[in-house]
Design a protein around this ligand. Sequence first.
Ligand code: ADP
Ligand code: MG
Length: 351
Amino acid sequence: AKDVSRITSGQVIIELVSAVKELIDNSIDAGADKIEVTFGEYGTKFLEITDNGCGIDVSDYEALCLKYHTSKLSSFEELSLVSSLGFRGEAMSSLCSVATISVVTSSKSTFPRATQLTYDNMGKLKNKKSSVTGKKGTSVTMTDLFKDLPVRLKNFNKHSKREYTKSLSLIIAYLLAYTNIRFTVFSIGANGRRQMVLGTPGGLTKLTDVMVSVYGSNGQYGLLPLEIEELKIEARFRLNTDYAPTKLALKLLGVISDSSFGMGRSSTDRQFISINKRPVVHKKLAKIINEVYRSFNATQSPVFVLNLELDTHFLDINITPDKRSVMIHTEELILDVIREQLTAFYESKNN
Ligand code: ADP
Ligand code: MG
């Protein structure tokens, strides 16, 4: 029975980057506006994520890491309206099945006391210790990733630098989607030295300024603010009788390269899409944006950081365990609107 649970839940955490994603999701869901991530030797020694969010309810300590335990969904109908990043209650339990998890948390009701919680591989609460910290929020420390999975462990140790780099790219996607959050990322090397590798100011920082924080002073080079809005889809959409959204507004908001700028043609590493602020991989949408841009500038690729705001009725975020790919109902219709409007945007800039 033990083995089965490890296989089924372990599927969520197949790489370091999945652990990073799940823990950041939880911090954002907790309402944090300050998140600190620390990698110990590229994550092979530890990964720690500290937030100043709401903290964990005392009543959740016991079941926190049990499968399907979540404080975020109260009824099944809510699934289509979910606005939190997590909702399955699987991440903490699958983290426990592949690593050692320790949590320090302080909520409004326990502050200034904090409680340290440790869990076993099955997600059962193993130890509880109280102390005074004076810091509200939660810190999750993961050690011994893949310690009982020799093949994955070997692979991880061999490619840890690559896994770490991949994790940093994902963090960049988050800090561009959540410019209001103050992110700090540290890396601790084998020599014990701590180095800051990423940092954003948070608060009311403009997206272009976050680009500068991440990529240096050229980070905002040639970027234009983009705001596409379409309110008419509802009318078109009503033709489809078996699917009737209560309201619809499509909005695509962010920054994109001016058609006279851009980056090298093959380079697409500064292209970020989020849907309802959930950083996603959406190849079709990325392709359309690139195609439109290239019809105005055939030799470059655009830089873009865009959030697509859609009514949750249009989304199926339950599609992959890590929710990185999202299905959009009536996708073609929505993509057509974006293609049309983005073309009009560049046409107006070129006149
Ligand atoms: P989900 O996010 O789908 O609810 P998780 O397994 O990721 O499931 O987390 C389980 C529960 O643990 C959450 O519902 C939440 O109550 C609590 N939790 C986890 N991390 C944090 C955090 N950083 N701050 C506050 N609560 C947290
Ligand atoms: Mg979660």
